[in-house]
Design a protein around this ligand. Structure first.
Ligand code: URA
Length: 424
């Protein structure tokens, strides 16, 4: 087999054979035989020429088989996970994992870190004093058996082909290709060993793929790949035109998630959390009402147990930024737009996110939205709070917010948060 021949096949619009795919992915994951520039050339050829559904299924399977698959058979509960394509203020995993665990399922969530304007679940959790993302597979099975929920970093040998390829895609502008995104996400979820999966595919200005048609195509592709690999999969398309909840930033989002677990929290965050929890519980075959479980306090108990199981102290005060500035409403009326991506970029520039994967993040930096679209505002009223460790960061954050806020005479038409549901 020859890497150049594989690249040429895809460059010329052909279908890669199962043998070509298995060889290329296997050798690339091992390292040594296939150079990064050859993998980058193949990613670019796939970016332009796409993949047939059965070709993509083989590609995804080869990525799963490039590493080990977790064995969750000892967990003793039905397993179900959720994956979000990511958005600004998307902290849903934090209340959702303990909620679904408290409903009786096991949620083995292996998450990532943030890059660019969207945050990462592990970065958020790491703002909890003492909490560690590292959990060995045996310990993970034990926490899933007893508590029912885990949020942890992936092990090195989980879909290693994806780890290498994703790092390359990031620097070769080949991230936003539907087959490459779908296979990347689904290979990790299949390797994680979950029986069922709910996908939260975000649509709107803060989403990875802002247009609804592309988001729907991604959702359909991922649902197909899940089912093909024996993982019962459902996707919800949910709105990401404005920040979900009121906060974007690591510790700020943890605090807001705990509010939800204590029975409060912003209505949009509660609605998306309950919609996803309902799908997860149904896929797991459990007869429970997530709204009742949330109100009972059992989800909060599961959160405390989850945090403690990974060395964290759920009672410890969260880190707070030493510097806070406000952005005021430019005029009186109704807040008609608070652009999601701009708030995400502002939070990132304040220190909440990273530009390169090796960069550190600030646990306390971020943005608090004091008003959301639809709220009446008075000129000069504080609209946003900017939190930073370093006051020099405020100038760039304010620049990101230029043009992000619009005030109108009337409230914008209400639009649903859950836009569509995709099943096999
Ligand atoms: N998240 C992933 O894990 N992979 C992608 O390709 C895009 C987002």
């Amino acid at each position: 087999m020859d890497a150049v021949e594989v690249i040429r096949t895809k460059r010329d619009g052909g279908r890669l054979s199962d043998e070509q795919i298995g060889w290329f992915i296997g050798r690339y994951a091992e390292g040594g035989v296939i150079a990064d520039e050859q993998a980058a050339a193949l990613a670019m050829a796939i970016f332009f020429n796409g993949m047939e559904p059965d070709e993509l299924a083989t590609w995804t399977r080869a990525m799963v088989d490039s590493g080990t698959t977790l064995d969750l058979s000892g967990v003793g509960r039905p397993t179900v996970d959720k994956h979000s394509t990511g958005g600004v203020g998307d902290k849903v995993s934090l209340p959702l994992v303990p909620l679904v665990a408290a409903c009786g399922a096991a949620v083995p969530q292996l998450s990532g870190r943030g890059l660019g304007h969207t945050g990462g679940t592990l970065d958020k959790m790491e703002s909890i004093p003492g909490w560690s993302a590292r959990l060995e597979p045996d310990a993970m099975v034990e926490v899933l058996r007893t508590v029912g929920g885990v949020i942890a970093g992936p092990t090195e040998d989980l879909a290693p082909a994806d780890r290498r390829l994703y790092a390359l895609r990031d620097v070769t502008s080949t991230v936003d290709s539907i087959p490459l995104i779908a296979s990347s996400i689904m290979s990790k979820k299949v390797a994680e060993g979950t029986d069922a999966l709910v996908l939260d595919v975000k649509v709107g200005s803060g989403a990875f793929l802002p247009e609804v048609e592309r988001a729907r195509e991604l959702a359909e592709t991922m649902v197909g790949l899940g089912e093909h690999n024996g993982v019962r999969t459902v996707a919800l398309l949910t709105a990401m035109d404005t920040v979900l909840g009121r906060t974007a930033g690591n510790a700020l989002e943890v605090a807001e998630s705990v509010e939800v677990l204590d029975g409060g929290g912003p209505p949009d965050l509660v609605e998306v959390t309950l919609a996803l929890a309902g799908e997860m519980v149904a896929l797991a075959g459990i007869d429970a009402d997530p709204a009742e479980v949330l109100a009972s306090g059992r989800a909060r108990e599961a959160w405390d147990a989850m945090v403690r199981a990974q060395g964290g102290d759920p009672e410890a005060p969260l880190p707070a930024a030493p510097h806070v500035e406000v952005v005021e409403a430019p005029e009186s009326g109704v807040l008609s737009r608070l652009d999601c991506r701009s708030v995400g970029v502002a939070a990132w520039r304040l220190g909440a996110g990273r530009a390169r994967k090796e960069d550190p993040v600030s646990p306390s930096a971020g943005v608090v939205c004091l008003a959301k679209p639809g709220d009446p505002v008075e000129a000069g009223q504080p609209l946003l709070e900017l939190h930073a460790d370093d006051p020099d960061r405020f100038v760039a954050a304010r620049e990101a917010l230029d043009g992000a806020v619009e005030v109108a005479d009337e409230a914008p038409p209400a639009s649903p948060l859950v836009l569509d549901r995709i099943t096999a």
